[in-house]
Design a protein around this ligand. Sequence first.
Ligand code: NI
Length: 197
Amino acid sequence: MSRLGRDPAMSYRVIMRRYLRSRSGQVYFFTLVTHERRPFLTTDAGRSALREAIRHVRQTHPFRITAIVLLPDHLHAVLELPDGDSDYSTRWRLIKSQFTRRWRETGGMEGDTSQSRQQKGERGVWQRRFYEHTCRDENDLKRCVDYIHVNPLKHGLVQRVRDWPWSSFHRYVKLGEYTSDWGNADDWYGDEFLDAE
Ligand code: NI
């Protein structure tokens, strides 16, 4: 378990081998959205705050990022949790509050700061709820990972997947999972997740 968190990305094949061995269902797809869809996640300050928040939370609550994409106003990620640990809610709560603290320190904007939101440590930076889907088998995980990597194309942010810098796509190309010209917005990549946008 202590090794989890050191390796920022692994191929879904490696993840799936471990997943099928343990059968504890610890691989999940998530969508998190910013408050009022404010477009700050891909800014230098936003990326830095998220990186630091994840690094901090992993020290006490290990997890591995199987795949991730940052869009200006939301992110999609597949996370692997340690065997027997399904507490992704605590991890996201801590990541969001750590992000918010760092974001505010850099002068980042925030919206509504009602008391209940402040108590949650979210302070009008993140939407309170997030979408979760448990990856049930290898095909499902592959669909989730592909969906993440094609997402900038689906949102019309780039013409080619490889032109979007803020995703794990480039690591997957290095691992030989995709060719660098992979991805076509007209193909089907887990459209059931469109309700998670
Ligand atoms: Ni999206």
